[in-house]
Structure formats: structure tokens, C-alpha cells
Write a protein that binds this ligand. Structure first.
Ligand code: ZN
Length: 224
């Protein structure tokens, strides 16, 4: 085992703890930074500090945000009665890229994963249920990842949210199974959103119109 000077070893160890970075990559990045000019290395350092100091979570939907409310929650042109439920803030970006969605979001902060001991109580599900009443939500689109954990989460939520006056749908299949939303291209994800299927709840029934001379009264039961 080669041993590096302590500062280099410390950098390699820190990089190696990042997701998706193995020991070899950690070593390669560390030596790249050692070689890079000071300004480039400082830019990375500043970006890390900025993100830790300035970015927090939206108080309403748990998306990443620089203010109390994220850009989507703060935009009154968005449909306030439709929620797209996703696992992580990066999934908000994936859905936004499709350009086909105009409602708001709710970020769960992960997915139900019994093997890792992540139950519903570890996710922002209580807050989701509260929002449905408080914000007069009429439609919830379950946009969790098309993998085992994402499907388990969608199934759990479809049962939990089986409420009158609330349409609950799941994005269509067609996304690569086992994958992550972030890897789906805009077109595929856009189609999956448009082709979503009803999985629970019941859409709000508009009050029956007063029968008029030109309009047949709504049939109640009986034969068609
Ligand atoms: Zn928000």
C-alpha cells in the first residue's frame, strides 16, 4: 500500500466517501486537483461552501431552495391543486425538464426500503397528507422511481391516499424498469407523465347541474 502525504490521503479518503466514487477514482480526482491551478480548485471549494450555507429545503414541498419557499411553490402561475410526488429534489429537475407539468411538487426525501430500515415514518409522508387537506389538493401524481423501492412507495401512497375527491395516479410504465427518473430522457418521462393511470382515490364529482329543458336529467342507476 503506497502511503501519501497526510493532506493528499485525507483528500482521497474524503472523495472516496462520495457516492459512486471508488478508491481509484478518488485517487485520480485528488491528483487532478493537486495538479489543477489554484483558481479551479478554489471554485470547487466555494461551490461546496455555497451549497452548504445557502441551500436549504422548501418548507412546503422539501425541494431544495434558497428561501423559505422554493421557486415552484413561490410561482403563482403553477397549478396549486396538483401535486407530483417524487423521491428526491433531483427528480423535480427531471420532471421540470419535460416541460409538460405545471403543478407543484412534494419531495418525500427517499423511498420506502424495508431492507435498509426506511419505513414511511422516515419520509415526508405525514406532511404530504397534511398538504392535501390544507391546500385543497385534487390530484396527486405518484412519480417515484420505477424500481422496487419506488413501486413499494407508490403502492403504499395509493392506499393511504384513497380519499374521496382526490385523484391519485401513477406515471405510466415505459420508463426503464429498475432505473432512476433522473436517467430517463425528457420525452420518455414526459410521455410517462401524460400516460399516467388512476391508482386510487376518486376524482371530485361536480355538483349535479340543475336539469333544464334542453338537458336530460342525470340518470341515477337504472339501465343504460
Ligand atoms: Zn417548494
Amino acid at each position: 500500500m503506497p502511503t501519501y502525504a497526510a493532506p493528499i490521503q485525507e483528500l482521497i479518503d474524503s472523495l472516496g466517501r462520495l457516492p459512486g466514487v471508488g478508491p481509484k477514482s478518488a485517487q485520480r480526482i485528488a491528483f487532478y486537483l493537486l495538479d489543477a491551478d489554484r483558481e479551479e480548485a478554489m471554485r470547487l471549494t466555494r461551490a461546496i461552501i455555497e451549497v452548504k450555507d445557502k441551500v436549504r429545503f422548501c418548507e412546503r414541498c422539501f425541494n431544495v431552495s434558497e428561501a423559505e419557499l422554493c421557486g415552484v411553490c413561490d410561482d403563482d402561475r403553477r397549478d396549486a391543486h396538483v401535486l407530483c410526488v417524487v423521491e428526491e429534489p433531483k427528480d423535480v429537475v427531471a420532471v421540470e425538464r419535460t416541460g409538460t407539468y405545471s403543478g407543484r411538487y412534494h419531495v418525500l426525501g427517499g423511498a420506502i426500503d424495508h431492507l435498509r430500515g426506511i419505513g414511511p415514518d422516515r419520509l415526508h409522508i405525514r406532511e404530504l397528507v397534511a398538504r392535501i387537506g390544507e391546500e385543497d389538493i385534487t390530484e396527486v401524481i405518484l412519480c417515484t422511481n420505477p424500481n422496487l423501492e419506488g413501486e413499494a412507495t407508490a403502492l403504499y401512497l395509493s392506499r393511504l391516499l384513497d380519499l374521496p375527491g382526490l385523484e391519485v395516479s401513477r406515471i405510466a410504465s415505459g420508463l426503464p424498469v429498475g432505473g432512476d427518473l433522473e436517467y430517463a430522457d425528457e420525452l420518455t418521462l414526459g410521455r410517462a407523465l401524460e400516460g399516467r393511470t388512476h391508482v386510487g382515490g376518486s376524482p371530485a364529482v361536480p355538483p349535479a347541474p340543475e336539469p333544464t329543458a334542453t338537458e336530460a336529467p342525470p340518470s341515477v342507476g337504472g339501465t343504460a
